[in-house]
Design a binder for this molecule. Structure first.
Ligand code: SF4
Length: 325
């Protein structure tokens, strides 16, 4: 369950076909489960939220069926989700897994071939029901065994939304997010950050993945990655991450002027002058008559604090070449 309209309709159609339904939602730093939680609450179905981060990170290293338009490994992501749902199905004593997929709705992941690949590669052959398009697909085991009424399943296909919107009105579903969006792996800007992380630190440290949306991003010539907070909330998030990490992460922030917190998880000595200049350039130091004072704090074993002074002004344009986004 994504929580989108199609997944909500799938629940109601299945219930109308005679099934008892519980929801499964997946959560990662790239997409959250809140819309599914809200939808499950509105529909009155129990929801299982599965931490899918390690599965998704493994796919990002080389999805067997490739990426979509950005870094979205949609076919393999569906395969892995259905496989995980299948494990839950077996463990909880359910008979089948269902999705709100609609035949032909998405060019890469919901054409007839992709739907077949997902069913086969997830190990759920015959046990994967798409209630919104089932009448256009081969009958599944629960339909053949009469566990659900195939006649109550639908024949929706294509990208149009008219049938779904009419059905929503019929079922009294009024609250659903727009069909597009929700997964950061489809966003070009986010994917630049992700690619940079993969090329440098790699995907082994989940904390770095979770911070990917926070701050402006820079990659300095010596290899240091810098996240620079854009507002108070991001500054606090970066400081908290450094405190929690306890592993040599460094923060830099101005002491005598308002300005951003920079988080440098693996600072390279040769980059330090640039790190200090960067924080200075984004600080509001125009009213200072003297230097900008910067507090450097290294966390974890061998950590410590120091205050350094940097002359202002620093021109932000100097750092454009290092900015990822
Ligand atoms: S859009 Fe994101 S969550 Fe959805 S299938 Fe593709 S990679 Fe997975």
């Amino acid at each position: 369950m994504s929580g989108g309209l199609d997944s909500q309709l799938a629940v109601r159609v299945l219930q109308r076909a005679g099934a008892y339904v519980e929801g499964v939602a997946f959560a990662t730093p790239f997409f959250a489960s809140d819309a599914a939680e809200k939808a499950a609450g509105a529909l009155g179905v129990k929801l299982h939220v599965v931490d899918f981060t390690d599965d998704e990170l493994a796919l990002l290293r080389g999805p067997p069926h490739g990426f979509g338009g950005a870094m979205n490994p949609c076919i393999d992501c569906h395969v892995a989700m259905i496989a995980r749902a299948g494990e839950l199905m077996a463990g909880l004593g359910f008979d089948f897994v269902a999705t709100g997929e609609v035949l032909g709705q998405r060019p890469m992941s919901q054409n007839r071939q992709s739907l077949g690949i997902v069913e086969k590669c997830s190990g759920m052959k015959g046990r994967l029901v798409r209630p919104l398009s089932a009448a256009l697909l081969e009958p599944t085991v629960p339909e053949l065994e009469g566990l659900i009424d195939r006649g109550a399943l639908l024949d929706i296909s294509g990208r149009g939304r008219e049938r779904q919107i009419a059905l929503a009105a019929e079922f009294g579903i009024v609250d659903y997010p727009s069909p597009a969006g929700g997964c950061k792996l489809t966003e070009a800007g986010f994917c630049r950050r992700l690619k940079d992380l993969m090329d440098h630190e790699g995907l082994g440290d989940r904390r770095l993945v979770e911070l990917l949306s926070t701050g402006r991003r820079f990659r300095l010539p010596g290899g240091s990655g810098v996240a620079l907070g854009r507002d108070r909330l991001e500054n606090a998030t970066l400081r908290k991450a450094a405190e929690d990490a306890s592993s040599g992460w460094l923060t830099v922030q101005p002491v005598n002027a308002p300005g951003p917190t920079a988080l440098v998880p693996a600072a390279v000595k040769d980059d330090m002058r640039l790190v200090l200049g960067l924080v200075c350039a984004y600080s509001r130091s125009d009213r200072l008559s003297g230097n900008v004072k910067l507090a450097l704090r290294r966390f974890g074993d061998g950590g410590g604090e120091a205050v350094m002074e940097v002359p202002r002004p620093y021109d932000r344009d100097l750092y454009k070449e290092y900015q990822i986004c």
